[in-house]
Design a protein around this ligand. Structure first.
Ligand SMILES: Nc1ncnc2c1ncn2[C@@H]1O[C@H](COP(=O)(O)OP(=O)(O)OP(=O)(O)O)[C@@H](O)[C@H]1O
Length: 250
């Protein structure tokens, strides 16, 4: 199976004038083409730090991260990020927010808007192109965040707690839609790496769950989730798998 991402003995220590804080302690794993991988762990264990390094927004103190064999050093093509806080610019419309990354790439306006429209439609925001973020619900704002990431046509979509700011009903709808997007063969997204606090969410979505220890984080387990899809959170086996992950953490 093709390896997309390789995280190789990564350490991260934050150093400032008064202290040094080791957050990640020798993290290694790979993500294959086609996999949906969730990263879970206690608060402050360095999950967001790891994700930021994967997409090139930060650098390991030691160790290396490779994307298709090329070392990640700065933001790379083929990867895009969706943030918990949506990260929308309030003074821009949906269309303008979605085209931001394409603008940074220097694409002409017409082309930007054609690509953006495709993904605005894919996430169900057709008709909201001229709306401003303040006019949107939380779920719609995150749809904008997802559409913006998709315009980068990533193979690996990285997501940092993308549903945790949403109400339960909206979050579940978006989880199911995200799985549809991941399985949609017309889209470039092949694999997903998602950080989450929710063990149930991870078991619902992932092929594999990587469990981190408390800080400085090591990998406690890399658990394959073999449940058939679509998964049902009310199933007995679902509860058993969820309990197994909880027991690793608590
Ligand atoms: N730029 C930074 N400078 C110094 N310390 C930082 C920086 N970014 C994060 N940290 C610290 O590193 C630790 C890990 O943070 P991180 O956000 O990666 O954890 P997390 O597992 O994603 O947490 P949570 O689940 O609460 O979101 C925290 O103690 C945080 O305060």
């Amino acid at each position: 199976m093709a390896v997309l991402l390789e995280v190789n003995h990564v350490f991260k220590t934050y150093v400032d004038a008064n202290r040094s804080l080791t957050v990640l302690n020798d993290i290694s794993f790979t993500i294959n083409k086609g996999e949906f991988v969730c990263l879970v762990g206690p608060s402050g264990s360095g999950k967001s730090t790891l994700l930021r390094m994967v997409v090139g927004l930060d650098r390991p103190t030691r160790g290396q991260i490779f994307y298709r064999g090329r070392e990640v050093n700065g933001v790379m093509e083929k990867m895009a990020m969706v943030f918990q806080s949506f990260a929308l610019l309030p003074w821009l419309t949906v269309m303008e927010n979605v085209t931001l990354g394409l603008e940074a790439k220097g694409l002409p306006r017409q082309e930007r808007e054609t690509i953006a429209k495709k993904y605005i439609d894919k996430v169900g925001l057709d008709g909201f192109e001229d709306a401003y973020p303040r006019e949107l619900s939380g779920g719609m704002k995150q749809r904008v965040g997802i559409a913006r990431a998709l315009t980068m046509e990533p193979e690996l979509l990285c997501m940092d707690e993308p549903f945790s700011a949403l109400d339960a009903f909206t979050a579940q709808n978006l989880r199911e839609e995200l799985l549809d997007l991941w399985l949609d063969v017309t889209l470039p997204v092949k694999s997903v790496l998602m950080v989450t606090h929710g063990i149930e969410e991870a078991v619902f979505m992932a092929d594999r769950i990587i469990v981190l220890s408390k800080r400085p984080a090591r990998i406690l387990a890399d658990v394959k989730i073999d449940l058939p899809r679509p998964r049902n959170m009310k199933d007995e086996v679902f509860a058993q798998v969820t309990d197994k992950i909880y027991s690793l953490l608590f």
